[in-house]
Write a new protein. Sequence first.
Length: 613
Amino acid sequence: VASLTTLETAARHRAARLSDYYEFRRSGIEEGRTGQMKRIVLLPGKDAGKQLELADILRRAGIEMSYAHASFRSPSAHSYNGNEAAAPRLFPAGSIVIDLAQPQKRLAKALLEPNTEQEGSFVREQLARFLRNQRRGQSAAKEDYGFYDITAWSLPLAFGVEAYWTEDAADLPGADKIEPQRDSDANDQSPRGRLPQCLGVVEGGRASVAYIIPYESDAAAALVYRLQREGFRLAVAVRPLNAGGRDWPRGTIVVRVSRNPESLHDAMARLVQGTCAQVTAVNSGFNETGETGIGSENVISLKPPRIIMAADDPVSQTSYGSLWYMFDRMGVDFTPMTIANIKRAELDKYNVIVLPDGSPDAYFSSFGKGGIDTLRGWISRGGVLVCIKGAAVFAALKDVGLTSSRLVVSDEDEQKSQSAEEKEAAPAPTPTPTPTEAGQQLSASTAKAKGKNKGARQTATEQQRTEANQTEKMEGASPELPPIASPSASAGQVPEAVPGAIMRATIDRTTYLTYGYEERELPVLISSGYFFRPSKEGTNAVVFASDRKKSLRISGFVWPDNTERLLAGTAYVMDEPTGRGHVVIYAEEPSFRGIWRNMTRLFFNSILFSSSF
């Protein structure tokens, strides 16, 4: 009844509704013409397929764009990394240009701008709640915040596509207009107004020694898996490689002709067509420079992955769905299993188990001691356990101990903090006390701690004054990021859950987990209060810099005097060798909602390479 009434009402007032529709788009064009942000440019980079994926999403949303066949300049371009001032820039041919003076301006800007500002009054209210919550005890009820969803979703940052916005929108001679997708496109075979196709290529024809696959695109990861699925033997260069008269970066895939059947050549030509991967045929095994050639000991054979993914009550279905979607896009097979089946399966038939995000307590309850021991034994025999977000918290629990990492302000953190305070307070070493003396000292130290806590408490008047001062400081601040004050007791040592912000992480370029990532920094999503101490036993592949020379925040809302201070020095992706196997930890969802794609290859590295090292 409600639906039919809505349709009847809309039909009766069709002239007003059509006028609203028209005015919304007409005013959008005017805003795009007069606003400071006039144009957004998506660069092709090393992974042009990802740029075209993003452009196709925009096209399906009815957004107009152009494809530049020649380079062009902008006198005032702004980088998306948040730390560079506007500067003149030359954009390369192959760039995709979205001018905001168009009917879909508001949607285009919302999806693509690096940061979406929030209303100052809303931010001030959330910060007031935050301050009140910080003053409440651990067992006291806390106020809910008003955030409906994540506060940062810029698609260029999420996809890992290099992007700029400009203050000008000069003409682009020779550029092709890419028309928005319409219902009639299904019957239109004309290439006019379409995005260019990204086709896989084998350069050099039929190889006599090896095929080289540069591991610089998601398409390369997909091709590697598809070749392995058909039974071909592949290897990876763990050091920079020289082959075919060229230098290739670490992580380059080598498919040696001598170690594969004759069918390799036809399979390579066939499989590359379904991807955007670039392959080079090499006809000499000698390296002209460096110490790593095709036959070097630094070229390690790969084991094909055989993957289990947990699918059960503890598992977040949105996390499972996003991983399933990523596997499906890349053409990867996996076996879903309940935790009960994982506990009794012949696990040695598989070499990778993925635990999606989920409830740490429910994971612990479902696996139990026996199941945890089963996982530990399987890992020690060469298995790779990949734990995501809540599953990573499960792995870090003291009673589980699958990783040496611990959450910030876990029990161990608090014990260390107390030990450090006691050590700092101690004037000098004293002789070991008798049991009676020890009891007296313990009572005295407890009383001292109580007195310290009592002295640290603010009176109600002081609390109100502090809140008023902080609110006053924020009046003139950028509404999306209030100024960060110096550390204070009121902010506490416990990370407040972040409502989805994009943060600046630093990459360790010496580990297999970061093959294909030669940039120093990576935009990542923080959407929880799960901050992990660095691994003591393994490699911290992606971390947050502790020196904080630059703000860790790129986009979205963070809590002042809490998020950046407690996040600095923590780890985002870790790899811990355990026996012959590995435990790989992801602090957050690497494929969040299917829109987060700049970590696709990094996640695939933990599947394609871990069991081979």
